[in-house]
Write a protein that binds this ligand. Sequence first.
Ligand SMILES: [Zn+2]
Length: 421
Amino acid sequence: MTPLATSELSVRATVMTPLAAGGTAFHRDAILHVGPDGCIRAVVPAGVGRRAESACSPVLDLRPALIVPGFVDAHLHFPQARIIGRATGPLLSWLTESVFPEEARFRRRDYACSVAAELLTRMLAAGTTTAALYSSSSARATEVLFEALRDSGMRAVVGLTLMDRACPKELAVGVERAMRESRRLIRQFHGHDRDRLRFAVTPRFAPTSSRALLTAAGRLAADHQLLVQTHVAETKAEARLAARAHPYASSYLDIYDRAGLLGCRTVLAHAIHFSRRDYDLIAKREAAVVHCPDSNAFLGSGRMKLEPLRSREIDVGLGSDVAAGRSFSMRRAMAHAYDNALALEAPVHPEALLRMATLGGAKALGCADLTGSLEPGKDADFVVIPVSRVPLTLDDALATLVFDNDDPNVARSYVRGRRLR
Ligand SMILES: [Zn+2]
């Protein structure tokens, strides 16, 4: 059992958070009150409600600092933590030359253990408190990752990466074994600590999955009401491979749809090379999309458009996509998403980026009732960002958060009111 905060906590700083009802709250000087259960009791402007302040004393005064919700990294890869920056793209050659040889090392428990420790340290330093992670195809490595997350106090969704074709022999796992190992991991970890840890059904992508594997994965997700995460339409070459591997399907998305993998608990990474019909289908199935702008740039995959998603009210989260993405920092991911939108001549406001990196990701991952914004009743998942002076306005705070990120690390990270860094 991971301990909850054992006492009440009150912290004073500048507070900025998206709100579930829409808009963004900004308090130049406020106190965030956390109850002994790790839930947020209130965010009160300093000087207002002095009775509440004194009831929760002592107040930890962190000024000048900016408190925002803990970041939600809605897409990254555990077994790629040590291969950031391998410039062997585009996607398919990067997978063959850099990713698959590294992922094969994760059959060794000691290797997986040391990378898991590094990964958690780096995510928490970057202010990520919730992560959606792909493991390797090794159940042992996935267990190691779950154990590290269990002990760290972080919130996460983790998937055993499913692959049974068109990949190195040592990474391929047959349908029966993959399902057996998935069920064991579900029994061991899914729902642990009031849903802090969850298991996600995670076919890598259509080219490395047989139809039988996808169908079994769809059944597994339905049986246990699990989140599904996968890649789709990241590059044109990959889409051609997917079509060749699944000639019965009418489109890339149709491959997943026929297998029962496209629904309201599905999180699709990249989603770049899409037609209007594809966007319509995502909206119809109420699936979510993860935007991975730095990865898309580094591998030359293309530019994802936000507008077709926003106009259809599709939930969008933000992903570092380490290791195709070159940083664990969601602050840098926001800046990359800004640049990407500018290049498409469809600018996005930093306020929308903050939402995407927090509440949007939480919604995509199905945990917005618990995390993603600093509102009473939610778990107190927040990060403290050092600033040189108190931000005067919302725009001032957004500019600092999103763009002034020479050192993107945060000073403190909390989940359920418990300090993890
Ligand atoms: Zn990825």
